[in-house]
Design a protein around this ligand. Structure first.
Ligand code: ADP
Ligand code: ZN
Length: 214
């Protein structure tokens, strides 16, 4: 603890060891809202914040992270996680925010590990499960490495209960497990759903669904 330059008379906690915070849950569960809230508090505390999102996620804007409520924070859109290290190495960053972290290549795990070991606070938000209900990309590893995990729920679009799943709809009907990720010409949408209302056909037996565990 040291005296703060920004807030004379106050004592400011100086981050000497890094920290990883993961915010996860289905679509519409408030992950971006929570990420923006934490980053904004860090900015109020005069910490130097830099926010990143995958260039794929151009949901609302190319240069900001936006929640479904319209709340926004400036962000760099990048295509590879290594770009985060390039930005941070230019200096002057204490806190790194990453939205939609599940979209990044698995090497995002190495990048985040390096950032945390160099004393940075990393706050990353992402989908823990894909539309098939299986762990999304690097998320399982990040969840186990995290110092803190917040698992959020949305509201089921059908019955109003807590919703841990992201229901994929193709032309208004539940997608099948075997449907390709990219469907040309189809109208695709997502809803938050509870365990009862989440619908998916052609799910293989668990031994195939979790084949990487064998
Ligand atoms: P995420 O990043 O998890 O997709 P956002 O932070 O972008 O979520 O948006 C969360 C907001 O979305 C909620 O505060 C609420 O206003 C709105 N919302 C819309 N549909 C739902 C839903 N089914 N369940 C919960 N919130 C919803
Ligand atoms: Zn439901």
């Amino acid at each position: 603890m040291t005296a703060s330059k920004e807030f004379p008379g106050a004592v400011q906690e100086v981050l000497t060891t890094g920290k990883l915070e993961i915010i996860c849950g289905p679509m519409f569960s408030g992950k971006s809202e929570e990420l923006i809230r934490r980053l904004r508090r860090a900015i109020i505390a005069k910490q130097r914040v830099m926010t990143f999102k995958h260039a794929l996620d151009n949901r609302f804007s190319f240069d900001c992270v936006a929640s479904h409520t319209g709340d926004k924070i400036d962000a760099q859109a990048i295509d590879t996680p290594e770009r985060i290290l390039e930005f941070v190495k230019k200096g002057g960053v204490d806190v790194i925010g990453i939205d939609e972290v599940q979209f990044f290549a698995n090497s995002v795990v190495y990048v985040i590990d390096e950032l945390v070991h160099s004393g940075k606070r990393v706050i990353a938000a992402g989908l823990d499960l894909d539309f098939k209900g299986i762990p999304f990309g690097p998320m399982p590893t990040l969840l186990t490495l995290a110092d803190e995990v917040m698992k959020l729920k949305a509201i089921c679009a059908i019955c109003g209960k807590d919703a841990p799943f992201s229901q994929r709809l193709i032309d208004g009907k539940p997608a099948k497990y075997t449907d390709p990720i990219i469907l040309i010409g189809a109208q695709e949408s997502y809803q938050a759903r509870c365990r009862t209302c989440y619908t998916i056909e052609q799910v293989p037996p668990a031994i195939q669904k979790f084949s990487w565990l064998q």
